[in-house]
Design a protein around this ligand. Sequence first.
Ligand code: ADP
Length: 473
Amino acid sequence: MTRKRFSNSTLAPWLLGATLLLFIVIAGALILNLMRLRDSFSWVQHTNDALLAISGIQREVLEAETNERGYLLTGIDSYRENYNHTRDTLASRLDSLRSIVTDNPEHVARVDDLRQLIDMRTAQLGRVIELGPERVREALDILEQARTDRLTERVEASLSALTRVEQALLTERMSRHDHESLAAALITACLLILAVASAAIAAFLLEHQRAAARQQEADQRLQSLQAELMRVARLSTMGEMSSALAHELNQPLGAITNYVQGSRRLVEASSHPDKAKIGAALDKAAQQTLRAGAVIQRLREFVGRGETDKTVESLRAIAEDALALASVVTRDRPVDVALTLDPAVDRVLVDKVQVQQVFLNLFRNAFEAMHELPERLLSITSRAVEDGMIEVVVADSGPGLDPQIADRMFQPFETTKAEGMGIGLSISQTIIQAHGGSINAEPAPAGGTMFRFTLPCADPGAHEPRPAAVSVL
Ligand code: ADP
């Protein structure tokens, strides 16, 4: 069975898509909820309208009865006119109540029953008004009949029933709406949590992806820097070794030349039969010795020429690159590094890779010297000095220089380390001298070793020499 694998790079876009979808669903749910809220407001409004119409009808019935009594007792016409007006208003209020509850057939039936009762009651009232105070006896009979019929109580009972039903309906609708709203809010909250969680995971994965890409890029850069530095180091090493060999071979060659010339003189003074042949052979030997000397001289000249490919570079960038390279070997025992270079004199005219090599040699030596110590500090400072040069000081908190090597440490093959080749400092010196600078070592004020070297500033006119900074070490 084969399983499809999801890597971070494929999962992150999926999660982002899911997050987007969830946000769209949440937006839809919110819109639906808003629409439901609007519905529930309209239901409240509907109930209010119905209750208003019912109480209006109640008021008009009361008003009609008051006007009937008023007219019967006083015979004043305004009571009769008011009664007529109230009767018409009652009819229109019943119509409006019917239209409000038209969506509910049970309600419509109730309103129709109410209308019947009201019609019967207004018919009674109308007859009493017609009889008036002149025929009060007959009118009182109708009133007596009305008391028996209890029409007013029945109208009121019907109106109260309508009110109760409307209120009960509203309560039921509101509670249904509350439950549904709660459920919708819970679902929306869950979706929101899901969306935020998936967005967070997607962001985390993307950041992780980016960090991995950055790390890969940094590793590639370190690798290419290392390769370049190794190439330069190999060339420098060869140069140093050739120079040292040339120096060492010069003396025996000089001695050979002397011996050959001495032998030549002895052979000439002798009476040996083959002295001409021996003389010629010794001449050839002397010639070859001179040739060997010339070859060696040329080699020394070539090595000593120290050709460099100078460009304007940032001293800080060179130091930082070298630090990154040197730190690869000190990952298990990190060092506190204080890189406080003067930004005013950052631009140097140098062969970048060669100067990186110098920094790297000094950093490696410092890290190796401090390796066993609990406190490991490295400080790198710079300042402008005379003759358009920049002085760089690399100081460590190591054990300091071994007195046995202190005055020979820049010579090739001088080392105190079991695995050391003793050429790092001599290469560094060659490089610094090829740039017109100088390098030396001295004890740091608070223990450890301090290397000072100078490099040419790219804008010599623009810098003022500064006093030496007090090292933190
Ligand atoms: P290597 O590191 O192979 O020994 P170098 O030429 O770089 O060769 O260093 C020569 C010697 O100088 C080292 O063996 C060490 O004794 C001494 N040295 C260099 N740097 C330091 C330092 N920061 N602290 C103490 N000694 C140092």
